[in-house]
Write a protein that binds this ligand. Structure first.
Ligand code: FPP
Length: 252
């Protein structure tokens, strides 16, 4: 089925987040090193980004490296960092040609120098682009993000800059890495795992979740369109009942 043509263009999610999973298993199935899976996964990053841009998804967040991923064998961690540095360096022109802006979330200060340098350069060189914003979650942990937000807010309270009852959803949002970015309406995880794995715990509170058995290196544009098509068939109720939402629609 051609899902792209079936999409309701008036109901495209503004923000799609993806847990790219299954690179290792994809490689194992092919008798290859795990790093071959990651390198092939870069092609899928390109597919997902192009697909998102074509239908005007404004934000695409990709979980590229978690704080837990440092525990992997050194060879794999080094390989992933090299892949990241080389990919960013090679893709800057293409990002600019496609009006894509790059941002990161996570504790990127703790990434290797070469990686930080390449990322900062790409962020600067794409900062004026107005199309899709590609957000890479790097050295990311949602629990750490929430902990840092709590500390920031506690500091302000201690200094008398805020009152207790000023601590609300908006203030918390402003203290997250994703300050100013709308929460994802849709989160996709590949490879058949049905977990959130410490990804955007605050931001996913009301997101629709889509789990696909496809390994990340096999993920194609059509897989993104299919996930969005299925998202469009769901009713997002935010705790309301369906009839209440129908009434609201009538009054629009
Ligand atoms: C998960 O598969 C994937 C990762 C931890 C890394 C994702 C990185 C890339 C796709 C390449 C670089 C990305 C960019 C943005 C340039 P896994 O290794 O956990 O697979 P497994 O569960 O099958 O072992």
């Amino acid at each position: 089925m051609d899902y792209k043509d079936k999409l309701d263009k008036t109901n495209i999610p503004q923000h799609v987040a993806i847990i790219m999973d299954g690179n290792g298993r994809w490689a194992k199935e092919k008798g290859q090193m795990r790093l071959v899976g990651h390198a092939t996964g870069v092609e899928s990053v390109r597919e997902a980004l192009t697909a998102a841009s074509e239908i005007d998804v404004k934000y695409l967040t990709l979980y590229a490296f978690s704080t837990e991923n440092w525990n992997r064998p050194k060879e794999e961690v080094d390989g992933l960092m090299d892949l990241l540095v080389n990919t960013i360096a090679n893709e800057i022109d293409s990002l600019n040609n496609n009006d894509v802006r790059l941002l990161t979330i996570g504790n990127t200060n703790d990434l290797p120098n070469s990686c930080r340098h390449e990322l900062l350069n790409a962020i600067k060189r794409t900062e004026k682009n107005k199309g899709t914003v590609l957000i890479l979650a790097l050295n990311y942990s949602a629990k750490l993000e929430i902990k840092q937000a709590i500390k920031g807010i506690a500091e302000k309270y201690k200094k008398g800059e805020i009152e207790l009852d000023e601590i609300n959803d908006e203030l918390i949002h402003e203290h997250l890495y994703t300050a100013g970015i709308p929460d994802p309406e849709l989160m996709i995880r590949t490879s058949g795992e049905i977990r959130i794995s410490n990804f955007l715990l605050w931001q996913l509170a009301y997101s629709e979740l889509h789990f696909t058995p496809v390994f990340w290196p096999d993920f194609k544009k059509e897989d993104l369109y299919r996930a969005i098509y299925e998202y469009q068939t769901r009713e997002r109720r935010f705790g309301w009942i369906g009839e209440q939402l129908n009434e609201l629609d009538k009054n629009d």
